[in-house]
Design a protein around this ligand. Structure first.
Ligand SMILES: [Zn+2]
Length: 72
């Protein structure tokens, strides 16, 4: 009964956008070369604003931290 993995098969991460895409949360357009937070699992991308990518990144980091604490 070990759940070592997060509910994300592939870890979300900061990437440099290679294509023009729309933020999944706000109307902003992410242009090539801008940093964006990407969920490979759901192919969801968020811009780097506080409410979008940075917010998601904080949630993920908190989840990873909890996981490490539980695994110790
Ligand atoms: Zn956004």
């Amino acid at each position: 009964m070990r759940s070592r993995r997060l509910p994300f098969p592939a870890d979300p991460r900061w990437i440099e956008a290679r294509f023009t895409s729309h933020c999944a949360r706000c109307p902003r357009i992410i242009k090539p070369g801008e940093s964006a937070y990407y969920f490979p699992n759901s192919k969801t991308i968020f811009c780097d604003s506080e409410d979008c990518g940075k917010h998601e990144a904080r949630l993920i980091e908190a989840a990873l931290f909890d996981e490490r604490m539980c695994a110790a």
